[in-house]
Design a protein around this ligand. Structure first.
Ligand code: FMN
Length: 316
């Protein structure tokens, strides 16, 4: 696949990369509910992979051929490691590389990765150049700044000067984490900057966008190219549907049953302990009579079979 970004609809929708959430299993749940236009993996550390191989990255890069187009999100501050993992992603059949320059977590920033890249623009440019050697289109996901909102002009100008295919801007600073509302008010100015510095680079907005209807309204106001939605799918796994509908208990529980089957199918490759599934149960078990009680029972289970057994009582 050549640079898929240029063939996307406008606006296009992306499922946000979410560590320990958007693995191959959950992406297939969203595909079943209502698919976005682009898939992203969870972020995957290049330095760890270059040093220790596949065991360092768990199942983060497991994907299937029906996930199209799919972008590997990578992070790390060592260009040689980025070059190696980006080349591996090309071999694995990924359609693009996205570089995480926004993660606020110490596990990424202490080695200069994630949002710490904002404080080292020269290395950020070197990391982008390293990823490009793979031949895959390279995009960046970042925040407005590290500690102050007014950092965005200098930082985003620098990133846009690196000739990337897409810039996703999570409309908060690193310091703001996710504690304040996303700065939607800055979108028009950021778009004007993009139009001046790099009109060929697509601009995607992210942060607090609930669903496609909400995204479409922001696009109509601002003219950005794309919308990325993360936590919106926790409230509504159908967040990407074009015509919002109401969804029955049975539809939600059948997504849960699908997640149990896919978890079993992929567990030898993704290596996620059973308890990691529990964070998903509240997505499906809500807004119907007896939901709280059912959730409570599911939280006490130890196997997917136990959950299946409990759900037998809920077959309509
Ligand atoms: C559980 C969780 C894990 C996340 N992991 C990543 C990640 O691996 N890479 C990344 O760029 N952002 C990650 N994020 C940030 C999201 O991609 C997104 O930028 C943020 O949640 C704001 O968008 P939203 O309001 O649509 O969720 C994560 C967020 C959450 C809630």
């Amino acid at each position: 696949m050549q640079n898929f970004w240029v063939d996307l609809p406008k606006p296009f929708y992306i499922l946000a990369p979410m560590e320990a959430v958007t693995d191959v299993v959950f992406r297939h749940i969203i595909a079943e509910a209502a698919a976005p236009d682009v898939w992203f993996t969870e972020f995957t550390n290049a330095t760890g992979w270059a040093a220790a191989g596949d065991k360092a990255i768990g199942g983060r890069l497991v994907k299937t051929d029906d996930e199209q187009p799919i972008v590997a999100q990578l992070w790390g501050s060592v260009p040689e490691a980025m070059e190696k993992l980006a080349a591996r992603c090309a071999e694995l059949g990924y359609h693009g590389i996205d570089i995480n320059m926004g993660c606020p977590d110490k596990s990424a920033t202490k080695s200069g990765g994630g949002s710490a890249m904002i404080c080292n623009p020269e290395n950020a440019a070197a990391i982008i150049a390293a990823a490009k050697t793979s031949g895959l289109p390279v995009s960046v996901k970042t925040r407005l700044g590290y500690s102050r909102i007014d950092e965005w002009q200098g930082w985003l100008t620098h990133i846009l000067q690196q000739d990337i295919v897409n810039l996703t801007i999570h409309l908060r600073t690193k310091k703001e984490m996710s504690k304040v509302p996303a700065h939607f008010e800055l979108i028009p100015e950021i778009k004007a900057l993009r139009d001046t510095v790099a009109p060929q680079t697509l601009l995607t907005i992210n942060g607090d966008i609930q669903n496609r209807t909400h995204g479409d309204a922001l696009v109509a106001e601002t003219g950005v190219d794309g919308v990325m939605i993360g936590r919106g799918v926790f409230h509504n796994p159908f967040a990407f549907e074009k015509t919002p509908g109401t969804h029955s208990r049975e539809e939600l529980l059948s997504l849960l049953r699908l997640q149990l089957s896919l978890y079993d199918e992929y567990s030898s490759r993704t290596n996620r302990p059973y308890d990691t599934l529990k964070r998903f149960y509240k997505i499906y078990v809500r807004d119907f009579e007896g939901a709280a009680e059912l959730r409570d029972r599911l939280m006490h289970t130890k196997t997917t079979d136990e959950v299946r057994h409990i759900l037998l009582q809920y077959t309509s």
